[in-house]
Design a protein around this ligand. Structure first.
Ligand code: PMP
Length: 464
């Protein structure tokens, strides 16, 4: 691929960008004075090209775990075009053809789930579930059972309520006061259990879940309405809960009549090798929220999916017919999202991308473990499907986290090699020491060798 942008055009774009755009997640002072911003101008498959025509391998699916089916999918473009030219938008109480058909298709992948509520972003989908929990508390429990538990290191979005449910403190700092009624439970990262008082040698998974029960008892079970968890924690460190965790979580929710909200914003739609991350663990959620992979970033769409048990609570209220879910999302009425999502799902099915995710995830895990044999700085490699992390430490015995700047240097070094990888979010000091890998679900062994080779070089350059 050549750099199709003429030199003058692109410098004009860079100027416009520098002068007008407030970028996400960046301190602008060095950005203004440093090198030109990177502008991605084209993508195909797992590759993207920047303004200079440099080809990159994207090991993080659009930076934030989103482009599950890869770039340049013409059939998704066609589906979106057809939908929006015929009927792009009608909001409020009405339905749409793509909206009805995608909901039907999605629910075939989610046995036990019955209703799809459309909105725009992962944060918004989570807010919908939080609002439902609060409304159920009002309907059934006189407002009392309103608290929502969330887990240390998990992330649920950027709004004030989502930050109030956020287990990554640096993202939250400076945005208080927070929404009341959100209560934190401990993380379940076994590799860091030495930092948790009382964590046992054996049966850590059960112990970590038991900490949730202890908090429910402390708060009063009649005040706790829901527990919100990521199936595999993403930005907080690529954390899969240890054996024994999920069955105890399910028991606890059942015992105390607590609704289970699973945030699949990252894991959903194939990332971990099942349609949804929770499906690995045999649990039955009451709410499932999803966004990024639903349409692989071809259109903005998020969904909050729930059961008929929940739906019926909102429908059978004959005493006061104003007690329906009094919520709207303007762009939940766009047809581009569900049209893209239908085609996205067809691609995953027809190309067996779940199968590829399992096979390539195993392959990548092996390659990263081989890298761990060569680089003492890799303390642990972990993850599920094509959603993997490598935690970097100063010392394998003490497990002291690697210095944040060194971790960023590895990411920067890979970028110079035209391989885009990620690192966990800055949270409390010592928590953004995990390299993240989430290539598109179409990744091949060649792609993975290329990515892991770049990380190998970067680790040698940075740590020796
Ligand atoms: N939940 C999780 C697990 C996420 O990782 C994110 C975003 N990274 C969100 C929710 C929020 O999604 P959005 O940015 O679309 O609001």
């Amino acid at each position: 691929m050549d750099g199709t942008f003429n030199e003058n055009d692109i410098s004009r774009v860079i100027e416009a960008d520098r002068a007008n755009v407030w970028h996400h997640l960046i301190q602008h002072q060095p950005f203004f004075t440093g090198a030109d911003p990177k502008i991605i101008v084209e993508g195909k498959g797992i590759k993207v090209w920047d303004q200079k025509g440099i080809e990159h391998i994207d090991a993080v699916s659009g930076g934030v775990w989103t482009v599950n089916v890869g770039y340049g999918r013409e059939t998704i473009g066609d589906a979106v075009r057809d939908a929006i030219v015929k009927m792009n938008f009608f909001g409020g109480t009405t339905g749409s053809i793509p909206g009805a058909l995608f909901a039907e298709k999605l629910l075939t992948k989610m046995p036990g789930m019955d209703r799809v509520y459309y909105c725009n972003s992962g944060s918004e989908a989570n807010e919908k579930a939080f609002k439902m929990v609060r409304q159920i508390a009002h309907k059934k429990y006189g407002g009392k059972k309103h608290k929502i538990l969330y887990r240390d290191r998990d992330y649920h979005g950027t709004t004030i309520a989502c930050l109030s449910a956020g287990g990554q403190d640096e993202r939250n700092a400076q945005y208080g006061p927070y929404t009341p009624g959100f209560v934190r439970v401990p993380h379940c990262l076994e590799y860091r259990k030495h930092e948790q008082d009382g964590a046992p040698e054996q049966n850590y998974g059960e112990w970590a879940a038991d900490q949730i029960e202890a908090i429910i008892l402390r708060e009063g079970p009649d005040t706790v309405g829901a527990l919100c968890l990521e199936p595999v924690t993403a930005g907080g460190g690529v954390i899969e809960a240890p054996d024994g965790y999920w069955p105890r979580v399910a028991e606890i929710c059942e015992k105390y009549d607590i609704l289970l909200h699973i945030d699949e914003v990252v894991c959903g739609v194939g990332r971990t090798g099942e349609w949804f991350g929770y499906q690995h663990y045999g649990i039955k959620p009451d709410f499932v929220t999803m966004a990024k992979g639903v349409a692989s970033g071809y259109a903005a769409i998020a969904c909050m999916v729930t059961t008929n048990d929940v739906f019926d609570m909102f429908k059978d209220d004959t005493s006061d017919n104003m007690n329906y879910f009094r919520d709207i999302s303007t762009f939940g009425g766009c047809t581009a999202g569900p049209a893209a999502a239908i085609e996205n799902m067809r691609i995953i099915e027809d190309e067996d991308l779940l199968g590829n995710t399992v096979a390539m995830g195993d392959y990548m895990l092996d390659q990263l473990r081989a890298l761990q044999d060569r680089h003492a700085v890799i303390g642990q490699v972990r993850g599920k499907g094509l959603f993997l992390g490598a935690e970097l430490v100063k010392d394998r015995d003490s497990r002291e986290p690697a210095d944040e700047k060194m971790v960023q240097a590895v990411v920067g070094n890979c970028m110079k090699q035209a391989v885009i990888i990620g690192a966990t979010n800055r949270s409390l000091p010592g928590r953004n020491n995990t390299l993240c890998f989430s290539p598109a679900l179409i990744a091949t062994t060649d792609n993975i060798d290329h990515i892991v080779g770049a990380v190998d070089t970067a680790l040698t350059d940075v740590f020796g």
